[in-house]
Write a protein that binds this ligand. Structure first.
Ligand SMILES: [Zn+2]
Length: 409
């Protein structure tokens, strides 16, 4: 089973863009409409029955041999960030289509039904809110989200109404929980772990929970030449002490990642003592209890630094997502396929969020990660080799057959 075709399909889809010279596809944009048409055609070639739902998700379905069979969901997102690579998202849509095409060629009919979903929105580019596609699919789109507006001032509700030909109602869940076998997503790793382990694919154990904050440190601005060191209340020196503390706490806590990624200093002049510093803090771990304990520790550290330096500090939570544990049984099944194809299975945590975060509210989820060069993602140089894609494809075919055997027992 060669993955050359899959690789060239990803390249072709990667040319479907809203912008000249670089890949950008956002929620229900003209390029997204063309992407759905292109991928929908490939779905039909593989024997899938194709439709779009009310939020623009592309859905291809193969009915199971047993009419009362449950449905296995496979998929990922077809939208992209700005100036994106061509693998993040589309790989998890096109690879299952190829796997189902391969089974059809071999004359193998699965006992259960399969739906391949190309979610219309995951990256949160157009409305600064992620997972619109999977929230629509699972019936979890909120009124608050519908009121969000894009840069042109158009709301989610208006966009959906236009897409629906003038009609709009909140989408209902596409399935009842009891009708589903689970959701499996193939995605590039977007990190360096598989490359370091010299493995093409790995199985995800959990999607890390994450907390994001905005921190403000307030001291006293003053003249850099005339204010003695012992009379200063330097907001940046306090923030800097905190930033190195963040790194130290994360290094001492297995599996914890913590990052201060943006920082602004005011007034921001060479000859003025910084009076105020605002910075972000992003903390992630596969277990919520560990993340919360780390946040308590970070809070105590900030209090201590502020007291010693005579600073005020303010925390503002900007995002909070709980960790999503992958389904032990689906994950074990996927790991057996990885073991069979690759000889060794590696389990890793996803530090990035994925459609699985939302899908977990509807059905058990499992994820397969594919090695990507230098862990680079959200970048035009994003790359997964045809060889690695071939391994992932064989794993998916093997996994579907194992699920069929299990179903027969
Ligand atoms: Zn993605």
């Amino acid at each position: 089973m060669k993955a050359g075709k899959l690789f060239s399909m990803l390249a072709e889809l990667g040319r479907v863009s809203d912008e000249r010279g670089r890949l950008t596809r956002t929620f229900l944009s003209p390029a997204m409409r063309r992407a759905n048409a292109l991928v929908g055609g490939w779905m039909k070639e593989a024997g899938l029955v194709v439709r779009e739902d009310a939020v623009g998700n592309l859905i291809g379905r193969v009915e199971g041999a047993d009419p009362k069979a449950k449905t296995l969901l496979l998929g990922s997102h077809l939208d992209t960030v700005r100036d994106a690579g061509r693998f993040d998202g589309p790989l998890g849509v096109l690879l299952p289509i190829m796997a189902l095409g391969e089974l059809k060629r071999r004359g193998i009919a699965l006992p259960f039904s399969v739906e391949v979903i190309g979610f219309s929105e995951e990256e949160g580019v157009r409305f600064a809110s992620a997972y619109l596609g999977s929230e629509g699919y699972t019936g979890r789109l909120k009124a608050r989200t519908l009121a969000l507006r894009d840069d042109a001032g158009v709301s989610v509700r208006e966009v959906l109404k236009k897409f629906g030909g003038g009609k709009f109602s909140l989408p209902k869940p596409a399935h009842r929980r009891g009708d589903l076998l689970g959701y499996v997503e193939v995605h590039i790793e977007q990190g360096p772990v598989l490359e370091k382990a010299k493995l093409a694919v790995g199985v995800v154990s959990a999607i890390a929970g994450q907390s994001r904050f905005k921190l403000t440190w307030t001291g006293q601005a003053g003249h850099a030449g005339t204010t003695p060191m012992d009379l200063r209340r330097d907001a940046l020196a306090g923030a800097a002490e905190f930033v190195t503390g963040v790194e130290m706490i994360a290094r001492r806590t297995p599996g914890l990642v913590a990052t201060v990624g943006a920082l602004t200093v005011a007034p921001g002049a060479a000859n003025v003592i910084p009076g105020e510093v605002v910075h972000t803090l992003d903390v992630r771990h596969a277990r919520d209890a560990v993340r919360r304990a780390a946040l308590m520790q970070l809070g105590r550290l900030a209090t201590c630094i502020a007291r010693e330096r005579g600073l005020r500090r303010r925390w503002q939570r900007t995002q909070e997502n709980r960790a999503v544990a992958c389904s032990p049984s689906l994950t074990a099944q996927l790991a057996r396929s990885v073991q069979a194809v690759q000889g060794r299975s590696l389990s890793l945590v996803s530090g990035a969020g994925h459609d699985g975060v939302v899908m977990a509210a509807l059905t058990p989820v499992a994820m397969l990660f594919v090695r990507c060069r230098e862990g680079l993602s959200h970048h035009p140089d994003e790359h997964a080799s045809p060889g690695d894609l071939g391994v992932a494809l064989r794993v998916m075919v093997d996994f579907l057959q194992r699920m069929a055997q299990q179903d027969a027992q």
